[in-house]
Design a protein around this ligand. Sequence first.
Ligand SMILES: *Cc1c(COP(=O)(O)O)cnc(C)c1O
Ligand SMILES: [Zn+2]
Length: 401
Amino acid sequence: MYTVCCDCGLEHHESVDYACRSCSGILLPAYEKTAATPLHETELNGIWKYHRYLPPVPKEYRVYMGEGTTPLIPSVSLGAKLGIGELYFKYEGGNPTGSYKDRIAAMGLSWARAAGRTACIGTTSGNAGAAVAAYAGRAGMPYHLYVLEHMAEAKLAQVLVHKAQVRKVKEFGTNPEVGELVFQRIFQAAVKRNWEVMITAYRYNPYAMEGVKTIAFELFEQLKGVPSHIYTPVGGGGLYCGIWKGFDELQADARSDGMPHLVAVQPEGCSNIVKAYKAGSPVPLDGPSSTSISGLQVPNPPDGKLVLQVMHKGGGSAVSVEDSMIWEAQELLAEQEGIFCEPAAAASVAGLIQTCRDGIDRSAMRIVCIVSGTGFKDSRRLSDMTQNLTVPCLEVSELDI
Ligand SMILES: *Cc1c(COP(=O)(O)O)cnc(C)c1O
Ligand SMILES: [Zn+2]
């Protein structure tokens, strides 16, 4: 494995860097492989099936607890209504801690163990913290986590269950200067103490993020080919980039002969990448976040530049949706498809519904929506969804059957 800078193209072959030595740009791992290298190893499970396409970690350091190999669920209702040839949901809520972040945590903690790190440290909007806390517990590594003052309750509880050392930081997430300081202190501490920085973006940890690519490999194997379109929610941008990178490597190795069109979906209230895409800007546009969708409130998306690189090369596009449309999509998935996901995860489906208003014929398309996390992640939304539904309580003599 070596790494390539996404800005200046400089290759780093010797030691392990987390940012470009020349321009501080984002590094993307690359691999020496031959066409004869099989994509997956049948006797291995989860992300490790694809270890030849992942940063090298000796077997004894790999952390595994059932992440990956998530179901690709065919739509029974929405696809037909929208006139789509084939519509599927890649349901990531089935991962051990309930979101696709487990793929990153499995890769990152394994990498950290192999590198002899003694702890890991990071920030989170919720799901990454839950995933890293669980995998750090399993890897026997302390986890120091700094979070926003108002983190989604169920996600904070999940972090606490796994006994991560959590600190809330006042004004973190609202005051950009505070954010900057927190990141600086985290990096200083990590270098000084030989800790791994577990922040889920290629910008901060390109090795851990390679775990996301396994979504692309699984889709390719499950569909026996490349879908025409993939809709994905976008917060920091790492999920989008990882999926793109996976398909790009399949194509580069001549396993596939095409790329999917990747649609990034953001809530209107935090649509910095959508606005940049429409304006032709290479970097996300500044602006505060006003969306209430937990997980997608990322005013400065760390991998935003990479996402926009993909789009400006013709590999994808971007669409924004109102929070209310995301909630409707979440309800629709639960009622008509049987899939209960968190609002951030339903954003992909809301984006698809929004795009389909253009009336284009989609009968020959094969579309996948990434449904990135389970519904139990957002307890406030869960009670909002159900509080007006009354459940009658009957005497046995009154049974209405
Ligand atoms: C983190 C997360 C996202 C956004 O992923 P990014 O890599 O930050 O763009 C979407 N959905 C869920 C459930 C998440 O946990
Ligand atoms: Zn560079």
